[in-house]
Design a protein around this ligand. Sequence first.
Ligand code: SF4
Length: 118
Amino acid sequence: MADDVQIVKRTSFLEKGHQAFLTLRQWQEAGYPGRHPDDVRELFETHCMRCPIYDPNRRSIPIIGKRGMCSDTRSVDGVKGCGCHVSPDASEWTNALAIPQKACPLGHFGAVAVIVDY
Ligand code: SF4
């Protein structure tokens, strides 16, 4: 692990659930748009795979979740990971990179704007 990474307290289950709810509601309201699979792979290979916050062994959902997490127990310059599963595979239903609203907590990439027609 890189020297500039600190180990921090894990985000509470309640807080993670609240964040996930807000993101999923926004995603649902936008009609479930997805990032292109090529873009998901590129984001992972360009940023997450090389990121000190990425933990290839942790699961975002215990036991049943796929391994590979933007770890909520790792922090760089006071910014910690979101605790989401991230992978190069856009077909994994828990892969946060496939959701356009997912932005990197460290600012390596932004969210894609989605238009909600109320
Ligand atoms: S989303 Fe950002 S902070 Fe999280 S693992 Fe990917 S590059 Fe690192």
